[in-house]
Design a binder for this molecule. Structure first.
Ligand SMILES: Cc1ncc(COP(=O)(O)O)c(C=O)c1O
Length: 428
């Protein structure tokens, strides 16, 4: 009797345990499959390793307001969620990794770049993960928060007067020179003060002397490497090997069109080329801001009028209030783009779009992302409802407070938003 009782007790105990275990497992399974459960770190299957591994694989989200309004599925790749806050994190990683692999950049060396912001911020973010330093040259009309961020990240920054790209003191040319100077130091085992005062020279009329600028050439300098985001095809490859395949995978290959604006052209080239190779039926489009010659290049094969050629004129900083997009020369990166057409976007459309997305979707986006969304609506209007259109949400509005999100700044150019819906794009 006692034995029967104890056997029964064991059976009961086992069945209770099995039930509890299966309940736990089914609960665990359903929660983990809905991705709501937070696993302790040790249980994570593939924890990402360090900052570099946290770059890319960004979510692709349905932009509900635009999708509902146009009858297309309009999807945005959330590049603003990268650790350095923009699509340029991918480019920074690729540029540094390829330079280290080829031996053009020595471990501990300094990466220099002439960048109006995002790429520089990404290089400054990523460089320490490779044991490198970062030196950035930017025009002095760029939003002040960008250079503040760079300095806070530990990069050295030169703010210089905007001049034409053919001028030796254009910010891109100065950045290139800084890399050569760092290499000269390293090859001759010189210390900064032995550089014959070069570093303390005048830059675009500003005296760049003083501790801040000269401290960029650190003692025991390991040399420099000019990132050259416009011409370095590592930029294109970052998107051809990363962003493009991710979009393909996230849509299950079921997309009809891709649209983005171009600065260096790396994003639009890498993604469009990858998608075209996967399925030539996927159409890629450019959305071009005011002041840029790319629309003409894509639609008519002619980049610009003679008077507008880059190098002949100083780029008017008020051509557009958008930042990071639009250009008047053909870059090596852009030349790889496979485009089926182009649209022009205006500043007021980008401003209105940014406020519309903030109001309707809670998306707080930068100016280039807003322009990309204008492009997505233009593509939807062109190809009609029932299609899937992907664009890039490059960075967040946080970096654009003093210009794109400043009522005072926008009102100077008559760009105050007034729309209540998408009427500014002819969508009722
Ligand atoms: C914020 C932002 N968005 C978009 C772009 C354009 O991307 P791409 O250079 O790949 O053409 C840039 C380029 O600098 C940028 O800084």
């Amino acid at each position: 009797m006692a034995r029967v009782r104890s056997t029964g007790a064991v059976v009961a105990a086992v069945s209770v345990s099995v039930t509890v275990l299966s309940l736990f497992l089914s609960n665990f399974k359903s929660k983990s499959s809905s991705k709501r459960i937070k696993l302790p770190f040790s249980l994570l299957k593939n924890p990402r390793s360090g900052l570099v591994d946290a770059i890319g694989n960004t979510p692709l989200i349905r932009i509900n307001s635009l999708s509902d309004a146009t009858g297309c599925e309009i999807l945005g790749k959330c590049e603003f969620l990268n650790p350095g806050g923009s699509v340029k994190d991918r480019v920074a990683v690729k540029i540094i990794e390829e330079a280290l692999e080829s031996g053009c950049l020595a471990p501990g060396g300094v990466v220099t770049e002439g960048s109006a912001g995002s790429t520089a911020i990404s290089l400054a973010t990523v460089a320490p993960a490779y044991g490198c330093k970062c030196h950035v040259v930017i025009p002095d009309d760029v939003a002040i928060e960008k250079s503040q961020i760079l300095e806070a990240l530990g990069a050295t920054v030169e703010r210089v007067r905007p001049v034409s790209i053919i001028h030796r003191d254009h910010y891109v040319n100065i950045a290139k020179r800084r890399a050569s100077e760092a290499n000269e130091l390293a090859s001759k085992h010189l210390e900064p003060e032995q550089m014959n005062g070069k570093v303390l020279d005048q830059i675009n009329g500003y005296r760049s002397g003083g501790e801040k600028e000269s401290s960029f050439f650190l003692r025991n300098c390991k040399g420099g490497f000019f990132a050259d985001q416009f011409e370095n095809l590592a930029n294109f490859r970052a998107h051809y090997e990363g962003t493009g395949p991710e979009i393909w995978e996230q849509t299950g290959g079921k997309l009809d069109a891709f649209v983005a604006a171009a600065g260096t052209g790396g994003t639009v080239a890498g993604v469009s080329k990858f998608l075209q190779e996967k399925n030539p039926k996927v159409k890629s489009f450019l959305i071009d801001p005011p002041g840029s010659g790319l629309f003409n290049k894509v639609t008519r094969g002619v980049m610009y009028t003679r008077e507008e050629a880059e190098g002949r004129r100083l780029k008017n900083p008020f051509d557009t209030v958008t930042e990071g997009i639009g250009i008047n020369r053909l870059t090596q990166n852009f030349m790889n783009a496979k485009l089926d057409g182009a649209f022009r976007g205006t500043d007021i459309e980008a401003v209105e779009m940014s406020r519309y997305l903030l109001k309707n979707d809670g998306l707080f986006l930068g100016s280039s992302s807003a322009m990309n969304c204008v492009g997505a609506v233009r593509v939807a209007q062109s190809i009609g409802p029932g299609h899937t259109i992907v664009t890039i949400l490059c960075d967040s509005g946080m970096r654009h407070l003093s210009k794109f999100y400043s009522a005072e700044y926008l009102s100077q150019f008559g760009l105050m938003p007034t729309a209540s819906g998408l009427e500014f794009l002819g969508v009722q």
